[in-house]
Each structure stands twice: as C-alpha cells, then as structure tokens.
Write a protein that binds this ligand. Structure first.
Ligand SMILES: *[C@@H]1O[C@H](CO)[C@@H](O)[C@H](O)[C@H]1NC(C)=O
Ligand SMILES: *[C@@H]1O[C@H](CO)[C@@H](O)[C@H](O)[C@H]1NC(C)=O
Ligand SMILES: [Cu+2]
Length: 160
C-alpha cells in the first residue's frame, strides 16, 4: 500500500511545517534595509524576537554591521579588538542564539551616532505564542500538530 505510506509522509510534513515556520526571519528595516536616517527602535518596538530567529541586514557597502554591547551601542563605539570583524556582505544573516539584549551598529562615519543606524533588540526564550500544549525534548507540539497527529493515527488504524 504505497499510497498509504505516501499519504502518511505528506501528512507528517504538514504536521511538522508549523514547527519549521516558527523560526522567523526578520529583515531589519524591512524594505528600507540597513541605512542611516531610519528609526530602528520604532521598527523593533512591536516585534518579538525569539531564540532561533534570524536577523537579516540588507544594505549597500560601505555600511557594515558590528555586534556590540550596551556601552558600544550607547556611545557608538565599535569593538576594538580585531577578533570581532564587522559583517560586510550587504546581506548579513545573524541567528539569534541566546536570549537577552543584543545591539548592532554601523561603524561608518557618524551613521550610528548622528544618523541612527543602530539597532537594539531583546531576544526572548522559547517559542512564539500560542503556548504549546506540550513540549518534548525541545520539540514543540502545538495543538494543531497534536490534532493532525491524531488524524494520521486514526487513518492508519482504519487503513490497517
Ligand atoms: C563593551 O565592549 C567594549 C569593546 O569591545 C569593551 O571594551 C568593553 O569592556 C565592553 N563592556 C562591557 C561592559 O562588556
Ligand atoms: C527582555 O525581555 C525579558 C523577557 O520578556 C524581560 O524579562 C527583560 O526585562 C527584558 N529586558 C529588557 C532590558 O527590556
Ligand atoms: Cu552606515
């Protein structure tokens, strides 16, 4: 009964898709990209960033992206050591791996200090709302997934 196996496979994909989709990709500034004279605090204000999400910085050189600490953000000072080079690709993706506050600046001229090319976000633990009905070893099962799994179970029971 290859068709049952195929159906089951497809259904499993449908079940798991929301899990994959839960990791969000945030394009910083949306269509404005990463540039001077844009209010990134306003952009970030109504967004919730979770561990596992990704920030995408789109820009034209010579802008860049330095990850800094709170002091570096406030004073627009890039890291002194060469061990933390800036991102310069113009399409930089940064995965948010830990919770807490993260700060990013452009170090070119006065873009950060005078022109607001700086971003501060607060990354929160855990999956986005709605809260999962159960969590198993880091795998999150939403009510939707439990529902779909139940349907597959019934189908297999009937087909067997
Ligand atoms: C912030 O970063 C700067 C530059 O990398 C460093 O010198 C400073 O010690 C850091 N401050 C804190 C509080 O970590
Ligand atoms: C960051 O978010 C966490 C969880 O929502 C909160 O407890 C914490 O106070 C926030 N930190 C700042 C500096 O806003
Ligand atoms: Cu810049």
């Amino acid at each position: 009964m290859a068709s049952i196996k195929f159906f089951t496979l497809i259904t499993m994909v449908v079940i798991l898709l929301p899990t994959i989709a839960m990791a969000m990709e945030f394009v910083v500034g949306d269509d404005n990209g990463w540039k001077p004279n844009f209010d990134y605090q306003a952009w970030a204000k109504d967004k919730v960033f979770h561990v596992g999400d990704t920030l995408v910085f789109n820009y034209q050189p010579p802008h860049n992206v330095f990850k800094v600490n709170g002091t570096g953000f406030k004073e627009c000072v890039k890291p002194t050591a060469n061990d933390q080079p800036p991102l310069t690709s113009g399409n930089d993706k940064i995965e948010l791996k830990t919770a807490g506050n993260k700060w990013y600046i452009c170090s070119v001229k006065d873009h950060c200090a005078a022109l607001g090319q700086k971003l501060a976000i607060n990354v929160t633990e855990g999956p986005p709302a709605p809260a999962p009905s159960s969590a198993v070893r880091g795998f999150i099962f939403s009510g939707y997934q439990v529902f779909m799994a139940a349907i597959v179970g019934v189908f297999i029971a009937v087909a067997a």
